[in-house]
Design a protein around this ligand. Sequence first.
Ligand code: SAM
Ligand code: SF4
Length: 509
Amino acid sequence: MSQSEEITQQDPESVQTDSADVVTDHNHKLYIETVGCQMNMLDSELVVADLRKRGYELTQNVKEAETVLFNTCSVREHAEHKIYSSLGRLRYGARKNPKKVIGVMGCMAQKDQKLIFQKAPQVDFVVGTGQLAQVAELIDKARVNHSQNRRSRELAVGLGRKDGKREEITNSFQSYDPLRDPEMRPSPYQAFVRIMIGCDKFCSYCVVPSTRGPEQSRGPREILSEVKVLADQGVKEVTLLGQTVNSYKHTQDGKLYRLSDLLYLIHDVEGIDRIKFVTSYPKDMTNDLLEAIRDLPKATRYLHVPLQHGCDDVLKYMKRGYTVEDYRDMMHRINEILPGCSVSSDFIVGHPGETEESHQKSLESIREFRFKNSFIFKYSERPGTKAAERFEDDIPEEIKKRRNNEMLDLQNEISEADNAEFIGRQVEVLVEGPSKSALKASDNSADSLAEQLMGRSKCDRIVVFDGNPRLAGSLADVEVIDVTPTTLIGNIITREYQHQSGASLPILQ
Ligand code: SAM
Ligand code: SF4
């Protein structure tokens, strides 16, 4: 292997490019493809913001971009295939334009590491979830190498979960939370805020504990100052992110802070109207958290707490650490402390060992718990996980598909019936801006549905209604007149209307 092809594992601090060496002779067009969860969306947003500060300009056209990044996901095989095919399509372009720098970041980078260079030799660097601060330097380094007719193949990743002492592994995953530029955010009124990284739950089917490393909570002081900056920039709603966000724990100045304490701190930030958090873990849904949501008007009445399966045997194979009865107890506490709070779930169908009878139990759990919505995934065997080691992926694809559709149909039926309860009621909506159909229509015609707005109710239901686009970022009261399984459709109620008519519509949150 020649020196230029040598693959080096970078220590988090060690990527250094002599600034005198930076090559500026390229077009600064940046293309980024992001797949996966909200954590990935946030990572991409932050990396792009950093690069834009350095003069890069986003483009949707991969062909014209001389810097191409892929932010990847490994949770299901399908997400990885998608990235490998995109990389395959770039092979010719990279040969044709030697200025093109290609980087792969995120979960697949951490999981596949050097394999990525083998499968896609045009890739210049592979950077894991815990090394995102290095992206700009890795781009510069690749460019220098290209200018000297060398390929650089830099690998900057965290340690495997068995590759050292806990502290060493933890240190090899650094949370990436630089301060953000207001113009760089996708929405001026909403922002994700990372409160923790990693996961220590080790569900048997899941790659996240190895791709995102050990669970680490950020300090409350850092989180609070980030939220204050966001509020000063006009953000109205923050969504706190963590793989098991309600496991948040951090000791600062001798005091232990949990998620409930964080909610209290953030609630006091002037300008913030709404606080959400995802994703919660059923066993960590403690009463102090539910009571904080009850007592804090800015906290949304919405919890995303994946059940994953309705059969205890499968939950045991999954190593989720709870039974359906435990989940039921949690739902009782939620309903008691937070009446009207909506709950959504994730489910996996076709997990090894799932019988027709156990699948029926998952359907039954959707009927019993009446989730606002459920994300349903077909089991995907992930190399390196306990499930892949222990079980054969024995459910045929057609059965997985059929079970998936049955769950979706049932969930839709329940969502529509529960949404129908809102007809005739008033909901408070944080207006996000034009609805998707308004945006689509405004592409085609100047005076279209540009005034159909969308936002979310306090229980996280999507609400569409006609209104002045200037309402974006404010709270509006909307009377619901119709529904679909995913959306409440309504009319905005102005203060004048309420005064003159004296109408007292029942308020649902
Ligand atoms: N931390 C969250 C939790 O515990 O619920 C979810 C994180 S994971 C990125 C999002 C969802 O992907 C999981 O809730 C699970 O339903 C699904 N998932 C994870 N691994 C999977 C696999 N191997 N096959 C299919 N779905 C999977
Ligand atoms: Fe994966 Fe389980 Fe951790 Fe969620 S809690 S990220 S499903 S290991």
